[in-house]
Design a protein around this ligand. Structure first.
Ligand code: F6R
Length: 247
């Protein structure tokens, strides 16, 4: 099968979110018990909001949908407002008719990290893989918590957060000691095995990394560049984020 890279240019964040939500809803309509790989961060929030709106209109049914999230901080309880579990409930799950038993996020409080990584990989495996993986991209080209120089062949693993990530997160916590230093993340291997990938990106500050990731060489220095090798990748970006792709 050949490599397909589709690029959808949106006028702004709202348009980007609606276009991405359209693809996700098509997936749910085509396969009601599909496996969605989900992301946190500011990029997908608008798409989640749009999906919630369509759910309320009666256009979408999540009752059989299964989800696996990309990542979670180690050491944070689900109830912690900074946890990705909290984020997913707050932005999506509690607004729709998804069965929480069908949602999966790494357990930040697991005692045995290695066992937690294997448990998570087994979930993805038992689902028969991910039908559609939603992704954002970091300023340094990271996807999930796969930071530059990551080994492409990794599956779920524990990462040490870089000092700059810890400092950036510090504003969200009362005390620096409370800022997580480690996180669980799906690896590039899990992501690349997804049947379809949809990457959402907005804002001028991401234009350079979008160019490097999708026009530059495939290199572990820019983890997202591996997506060039995926056979069903859709990039949905606003004009500012795509401005250096020459399209
Ligand atoms: C989120 C994740 C991260 C973000 C990336 C972009 O689950 O894994 O890789 O997708 O940091 O974040 P935003 O969208 O906030 O710019």
């Amino acid at each position: 099968m050949g490599v397909i890279m589709r690029i959808y240019k949106a006028t702004d964040y709202t348009d980007m979110s609606r276009k991405a939500a359209n693809i996700i809803s098509a997936q749910i309509i085509m396969k009601p018990n599909c496996v969605l790989g989900l992301a946190t961060g500011s990029s997908p929030i608008g798409a989640y909001r749009q999906l919630v709106e369509w759910y309320h209109k009666g256009d979408l049914d999540f009752s059989e949908v299964r989800t696996v999230n990309l990542d979670e901080y180690k050491g944070l309880h689900r109830e912690d407002q900074q946890s990705y579990y909290y984020f997913m409930n707050d932005n999506l799950f509690r607004h729709i008719n998804i069965d929480l038993a069908n949602t999966n996020i790494p357990n930040g409080m697991a005692d045995d990290s290695l066992a937690e990584c294997r448990r998570y990989d087994n979930i993805v495996h038992s689902f028969g893989g991910i039908d559609l993986q939603l992704l954002g991209i970091g300023h340094n080209g990271h996807i999930a918590f796969n930071e530059p120089d990551i080994a492409f062949e990794k599956s779920t693993h524990l990462v040490s957060l870089t000092e700059s990530t810890i400092q950036a997160n510090a504003r969200l916590f009362d005390r620096i000691e409370d800022v997580p230093t480690h996180a669980y993340t799906m690896g590039i291997k899990n992501i690349m095995q997804a049947k379809k990938i949809v990457l959402v990106v907005s804002g001028e500050e991401k234009a350079d990394i979008v160019r490097d990731a999708f026009l530059g060489p495939v290199t572990p220095n820019v983890p997202a560049s591996i997506l060039q090798m995926h056979n069903d990748l859709t990039i949905v970006g606003d004009g500012a984020a795509l401005s250096k792709l020459n399209i």
